[in-house]
Design a protein around this ligand. Structure first.
Ligand code: ZN
Length: 491
């Protein structure tokens, strides 16, 4: 089978997946070098995935083996052996392996409550390993690490590190334990004691890190980085900038959605995804693009994304890029955002613009979708990797705060590939009002029966706002991802 390639958007170089590379070796500060995995001349992968699915394959990492680097590196027999061993451990330790999660058609009551008439599909990840989608991201990384280790003569397992405020660390601890790896989790000092307890039960070393003020990035991320550099630990985080391989795992979520939808004769006009570090939305976007390229689907839905008003670095980057495109193409876009001016006032002004000038935003988003491959749009986008600081920098507004606290990342690590996917699809990036987040959480519990946490239901808040604003038509078909189990006391 052909091996995938890893592509750097700044170096414009391709790297092989072996001997083992997680990030671009020539990465430089202030530039965007996040690797993107390309399947490369694997047109039959689509047919194989479809055949496996229609043959009843529902074990995630078996059904989508043809899309995974580990399977391509090891070949079918050795991969099946590896997957069997890891799945056995997960079943023994976590009570389940990775299997396709439910896709729910939301009922009329929820549609009525949010003023919609179109179909609403909800992918329910709350019952997945460790209660979120994060495990499937990290399982692909574990498979990749194990494939490399097997090919290199089954040497010692490296020590792994992750930074997280909750679900990602939990999932990492479950997956790392199943693989027999030592894991260190860098978590905020005020980590939920229930989560800290669950981490310890799974044998993870919990490293508590205190937060000072905003502007310098996530202190847990900085401690994680230091451990990679000075201790030689491997990045086992749920973001693609330090390790591309978890995006392959996250993409299985989008693949499952597409195949389940096709089985039920449904299709999507748009999806609305909650964004923190950006890995989920990037991975789902990647699956849509790959499914189209491999002949499994016929079109890409509009990819809308959303972040809480308490912290929205990706939405800011989206607006900064919109500003740059408008300037380059001579189009109207009345946002003023000065990188050097005091942050709090600039962020307030951005929010006000986003909520009041939907007409300009929609028009420009439509223009970019139609002209995505035109030279003037391309030139702005291909210049971004060399001037990251103009678009994405650590959150420097007031201390981040939201009921959806799981998506308050200082930096949207996977922002650049996600931004391109959003713009190309004609989607938009939405700032969520805090009351919409609360209301979405309440409605999700009342009308879906899914015990989802506020962070995991934030995409519904995005859909509510985008429908009210007319960006999503009431009759359109929409998709959401309920990604985290609610650990707060039963409601
Ligand atoms: Zn590079």
């Amino acid at each position: 089978m052909t091996l995938p390639l890893l592509k750097c958007p700044a170096c414009r170089r391709e790297y092989p997946v072996r001997p083992g590379l997680f990030s671009c070796p020539d990465a430089r500060a202030g530039e965007e070098h996040t690797l993107e995995r390309e399947l490369n001349a694997a047109q039959d992968a689509g047919a194989k995935v479809r055949a496996a699915w229609s043959g009843g394959a529902r074990r995630t990492f078996a059904a989508f083996a043809d899309l995974l680097s580990a399977a391509r590196l090891l070949g079918p027999d050795r991969y099946a052996q590896l997957l069997g061993r890891l799945t056995g451990s997960l079943e023994r330790l976590e009570g389940r392996g990775f299997e396709a999660t439910p896709l729910l058609a939301a009922g009329a009551a929820l549609a009525r409550a949010i003023g919609r008439s179109g179909p609403l599909w909800i992918k329910d990840e709350t019952g997945n390993i460790a209660g979120s989608h994060k495990g499937r991201h990290l399982m692909a990384t574990l498979l990749y690490l194990e494939a490399l280790r097997i090919l290199d003569g089954e040497g010692d397992r490296s020590v792994l590190a992750i930074y997280s405020c909750g679900n990602a660390a939990l999932a990492a601890s479950a997956v790392a334990r199943a693989g027999g790896y030592e894991l260190h989790a860098f978590v905020p000092a005020e980590v939920d004691p229930v989560v800290a307890q669950m981490l310890a039960e799974r044998g993870a070393f919990v490293e508590k890190i205190a937060r000072a003020e905003t502007g310098g990035g996530d202190p847990c991320y900085r401690a994680f980085q230091e451990a990679l550099v000075h201790r030689g630990w491997l990045p086992f985080a749920c973001a693609g900038n330090d390790n591309w391989s978890n995006i392959e795992g996250g993409a299985t979520l989008g693949w499952e959605l597409l195949l389940q939808l096709a089985d039920r004769g449904g299709q999507l006009d748009c999806v609305v995804l909650q964004v923190g570090g950006g890995a989920l939305a990037r991975a789902v976007s990647q699956s849509f693009h790959e499914a189209l390229a491999l002949g499994v689907s016929e079109r890409i839905p509009r990819i809308h994304v959303c972040q809480p008003e308490g912290g929205f670095p990706f939405v800011r980057a989206y607006y900064r890029v919109m500003q740059a495109v408008a300037r380059r193409c001579g189009l109207a876009f009345d946002l003023r955002y000065e990188r050097e001016a005091p942050a709090a006032a600039q962020l307030e002004a951005l929010k006000a613009f986003a909520w009041s000038r939907g007409d300009q935003v929609r028009e420009l988003a439509g223009f970019i979708r139609r002209n995505f491959d035109a030279p003037e749009v391309r030139s702005v986008l291909s210049d971004i990797p060399f001037h990251v600081g103009r678009y994405m920098w650590p959150w420097d507004g007031p201390a981040p705060h939201s009921l959806a606290h799981g998506i308050l990342d200082d930096v949207t690590y996977d922002w650049y590939p996600l931004l391109r996917a959003v713009l190309r699809s004609g989607g938009q990036a939405e700032v969520l009002r805090e009351e919409a987040i609360r209301s979405a959480y309440d409605l999700a519990h009342r009308h879906t029966g899914i015990r989802v946490c506020p962070t995991g239901a934030a995409g519904l808040a995005g859909l509510i706002q985008l429908t009210e604003a007319g960006v999503v038509e009431k009759s359109e078909s929409a998709g959401l991802f309920f990604t985290g189990f609610d650990r707060s006391p039963a409601r």
